[in-house]
Design a protein around this ligand. Structure first.
Ligand code: GLN
Length: 456
């Protein structure tokens, strides 16, 4: 814990930790020492980790990367952080992220972006660690902590993991409680671990998941010993390569990474076959209707009364002025764009044309996956991202679609509620980490991590 705290103190340039909690860390570390001395050593006893700023942490700033939650210190602890602390984990502080987890580069954060510890060849250009869990990824990759929590609504665990050369798993929807995790798009949001190895991911995931009566979408299922499932044996597993993911213009190094990954799985005894997920091309448009729709509803609670920031009012201003001014000041550009898109697609005149249609598309996408799993496929292999980490500022705010295209391989998994893991699988021509994604059957995270393990 002390080593990590010193590393964090010297890591200002990465802007990964945004609220440091050294006192809490030392107190938890001492309690962990005592537990170990008494012969009781739960799975994560004494392991120093970082917590994404999206998780409510009792008495500790929880801003979700937004100005509107400035000064908000929750009265309660999220279920996941409670579970992690019960398992002995030590919290070093809160980690940078895109505002309300909306983004793929950490550039929408009120704290300014976190920086990727990796460099492109010998260029000085600062690169994004990805988003929205960019602070988590940068912190783990730069050894500021042993692991971190992330959340993934459309790729926010897997894309930053790929951009920084670490492992990130989004569990099956319902595996991890969402209670106390600031909501973005509730039917898509899932928390998960971001770690250096698949073994660490297995250990941390087990500590994080389990049924929670406080989240009505939390699954009442036994939590397997995921670590014990990492046998390295994948003989006879059937891996699908979805032909629709081989998109036009895919960079050579990404398709090579994908082919090499398939070869590695074959060499380990798996059978690799081509499959079809015919509705893939509709996933991104459906996601960018559904996610903003849910966000516009979830973010209605930030009204200047209940939480954080409230705008200064002029004499004669009424309650509507307070809402308007507070939300105009408190939310950044991307969040405002999503709230407006979301409100539009949910409005009476457009609901059927956009929101309802997107929900139907979502059902078709889910069915594509059900069909291939019913045909005996155990897991699906794809690239995690369409490119290596890009430079900060390289994608402009005026062309959001360019940024949204980052999620092309990851959003399908959230729409279908499936588990997906990104595992580091090679380097780009310029020496940057590249990730492969494996998508698994619902509730089969252990099996999925075991297959991912064979790519390490
Ligand atoms: N980049 C996607 C978005 O901006 C996904 C974000 C996430 O998974 N939280 O919506």
């Amino acid at each position: 814990t002390e080593t990590c705290l010193s590393a964090i103190a010297a890591s200002g340039a990465l802007n990964a930790f945004v609220h440091n909690t050294p006192e809490i860390a030392m107190e938890q570390a001492k309690a962990a020492d005592a537990r170990i001395a008494s012969g009781e050593a739960p799975a994560m006893c004494g392991l120093p980790i970082g917590i994404k700023d999206l998780f409510a942490t009792k008495g500790v700033d929880t801003q979700a990367g937004s100005r509107i939650l400035e000064g908000f210190k929750p009265e309660y602890e999220s279920t996941i952080t409670t579970k992690l602390f019960d398992a002995g984990a030590v919290m070093l502080g809160k980690l940078n992220m895109d505002e309300f987890a909306m983004g793929s580069s950490n550039e929408t954060s009120v704290y300014g972006n976190a920086v990727n510890p990796w460099r492109r060849g010998n260029e000085d250009t600062q690169l994004t660690p990805g988003g929205s869990s960019g602070g988590s990824a940068a912190a783990v990759a730069a050894d500021l902590c042993l692991a971190a929590t992330g959340t993934d609504t459309g790729g926010s665990i897997r894309q930053p993991a790929a951009f920084t050369g670490i492992v990130g798993i989004k569990p099956t929807y319902g595996r991890c409680s969402r209670w106390g995790v600031v909501a973005f798009a509730s039917s898509l949001d899932q928390a998960g671990p971001m770690t250096k190895t698949t073994r660490d991911a297995a250990i941390m995931l087990e500590a994080m998941c389990g049924h929670d009566a406080k989240d009505s979408t939390s699954a009442d299922l036994a939590v397997p010993n995921f670590e014990a499932m990492l046998t390295g044996d994948i003989k006879g597993k059937k891996i699908g390569i979805p032909k629709e993911y081989r998109m036009e213009g895919m960079p050579e190094e990404i398709s090579k990474l994908w082919d090499d990954g398939a070869d590695m799985l074959r060499a380990a005894g798996a059978e690799v076959v081509e499959i079809s997920l015919p509705h893939t091309k509709y996933a991104l448009p459906a996601y960018y209707v559904i996610a903003p729709a849910e966000a516009s509803s979830n973010l209605a609670r930030y009204d200047g009364v209940r939480y954080g920031h409230r705008a200064k009012l002029a004499a004669g201003d009424g309650i509507d002025d307070m809402y308007e001014k507070t939300r105009a000041e408190g939310f950044g550009h991307e969040v405002q764009r999503r709230v407006m898109v979301g409100t539009y697609v949910l409005s009476a005149g457009f609901y059927d044309a956009y929101y309802n249609r997107a929900r139907k598309v979502r059902t078709l996408i889910k069915k594509d996956f059900e069909d291939v799993f019913a045909a005996g496929i155990d897991a699906i292999l794809t690239p995690a991202t369409p490119s290596a980490a890009f430079g900060l500022g390289e994608m402009s705010d005026s062309d959001p679609i360019q940024m949204y295209l980052n999620d092309v391989f990851t959003v399908t998994v959230n729409l279908a509620g499936l588990p997906g893991v990104s595992v580091p699988a090679g380097l780009s021509a310029k020496g940057l980490p590249l990730g492969l994604q494996l998508i698994g059957r619902p509730w089969e995270e252990g099996d999925l991590l075991n297959i991912a393990h064979s790519l390490e």
